[in-house]
Ligand binder design. Structure first.
Ligand code: CA
Length: 411
């Protein structure tokens, strides 16, 4: 399948991807998709008649967020994506001189991408066995790194939705309370241990009713798509505050997402089996067939002076608990899901040190600093650093990616 729009071979946005996002044009929020470096304005597509057969509500692509569009259901949103895909092929509906293409097509370099959804609730899991094991070794007991519940349920906690921002938003170094080693009193000030967490998130695409469960069999009907997720963390604040109830101010100052929601349909080709789960999970957590996805992940630190270092190369396929299990577990007690809710994977660490998903693990509690090409070193993230996460799938010559998820630390 080839488009009449040029797409670089290494672009995340091939014609096989076509994710959904929101951009700002002339002060208006408009729903869009992207091919190569070209934004496709979905409102203008609708005006051109491309979706007439779908009888979409008028103005559905001019909301400030995608929630109403997502709420039309997968049958409709998939049809929109498929019709855009066909229209973008050579000789397709949009490959026609009768349209004012300057309205429909906009360069990515001329627009601002913004948060694509209203996130009502956000939950963060802790589903990478390698990450949980590393943290257990560093902070508890190497012989019993995983806590007794970990292999039986996808551990998670409720996060804060208000501080989730789109890629490119500067991140202010948070202040907080910490207890320095050897001190008798806590101190207050900017965190000295600002970290990233390499994660992926998925967006709920369908409401569920309070008191009902989303089973693993039907869980995918409730997942609209995925994005990259950086769960910024202040380790010194975390260490002091987290007992006994878990993460709080060390986590809720900001999380960054990539602005494109890549649909499960676009990721279908990249399904893979997950790790073998032993001991056997309870019946409500059982899944059939490949439920993981082979998504390459990377993290770079880009210093203010241009010095750049890749600090992690990981893969989403390492996740021990898959998204269907996370959703089934989250709702097994009757907790309801709403369109736009965001569920994140937890830090994704692979089996080797170069695949760890946080500075805490990469530098192993500060004992193995990262050497930057300008001669400086990092144990955590410095002011002026930009953390850039990337994610992409490749198979049979087809590439589908997420675009960068980046955030610069300002003091
Ligand atoms: Ca996290």
């Amino acid at each position: 399948m080839l488009s009449f729009i040029e797409v670089a071979a290494d672009s995340d946005f091939s014609i096989h991807n076509l994710p959904f996002g929101i951009f700002i044009k002339d002060g208006h929020h408009i729903a869009c998709t992207r091919i190569g470096d070209t934004i496709v304005d979905l409102h203008q597509c609708a005006e051109s008649g491309l979706f007439d057969n779908l009888h979409l509500p008028h103005g559905i692509f001019r909301h400030t967020v995608l929630n109403a569009f997502i709420g039309l259901g997968k049958k409709v949103t998939s049809a929109v994506r498929t019709q855009v895909q066909q229209a973008l092929t050579k000789g397709g509906f949009l490959d026609n001189e009768k349209f004012n293409k300057t309205d429909i097509f906009v360069s990515i370099h001329d627009v601002q991408m913004v948060l694509p959804i209203h996130i009502g609730d956000y939950t963060d899991f802790y589903s990478s066995r390698e990450h949980a094991t590393n943290v257990g070794i560093m902070f508890r007991d190497p012989a019993n790194a995983l806590l007794p519940n970990w292999l039986h349920l996808p551990v998670g906690y409720h996060g804060r939705a208000s501080s989730i921002v789109a890629s490119g938003t500067p991140i202010k170094r948070p202040n907080g309370q910490t207890m320095p080693d050897g001190s008798e009193k806590p101190i207050f000030g900017p965190t000295k241990q600002l970290d990233f967490e390499l994660e992926m998130g998925f967006v709920i695409g369908k409401d569920s009713q309070l008191g009902t469960q989303i089973t693993t069999e039907i869980a995918e009907e409730y997942i609209f798509g995925m994005m990259l997720f950086n769960d910024w963390s202040a380790r010194d604040i975390q260490k002091w505050e987290y007992v006994p109830l878990g993460p709080f101010l060390a986590k809720n100052f900001a999380s960054t997402i990539s602005p494109w929601i890549v649909t499960l349909e676009a990721l279908e080709l990249f399904r893979v089996e997950g790790p073998v789960q032993e001991p056997e999970v309870l019946p409500y957590l059982k899944t059939e067939g490949p439920k993981n996805y082979d998504i390459n992940l990377s993290v770079d630190i880009l210093a203010d002076n241009g010095a750049q270092k890749r600090v992690s190369t990981s893969n989403f396929k390492y996740m021990y608990w898959n998204m269907c299990q996370q959703l089934a577990h989250h709702t097994v007690n009757g907790c309801n899901m709403r369109i736009g809710d965001l569920l994140a994977s937890g830090t994704i660490s692979g089996p080797t040190p170069d695949s760890y998903g946080s500075m805490l693990e990469i530098c192993w509690k500060g004992t193995k600093p990262v050497q930057m090409p300008d001669g400086t070193e990092r144990k955590f993230i410095a002011d002026g650093d930009t953390v850039v996460m990337r994610g992409w799938c490749e198979k049979d010559g087809i590439r589908v990616g997420f675009g960068p998820c980046d955030g610069k630390i300002v003091g």
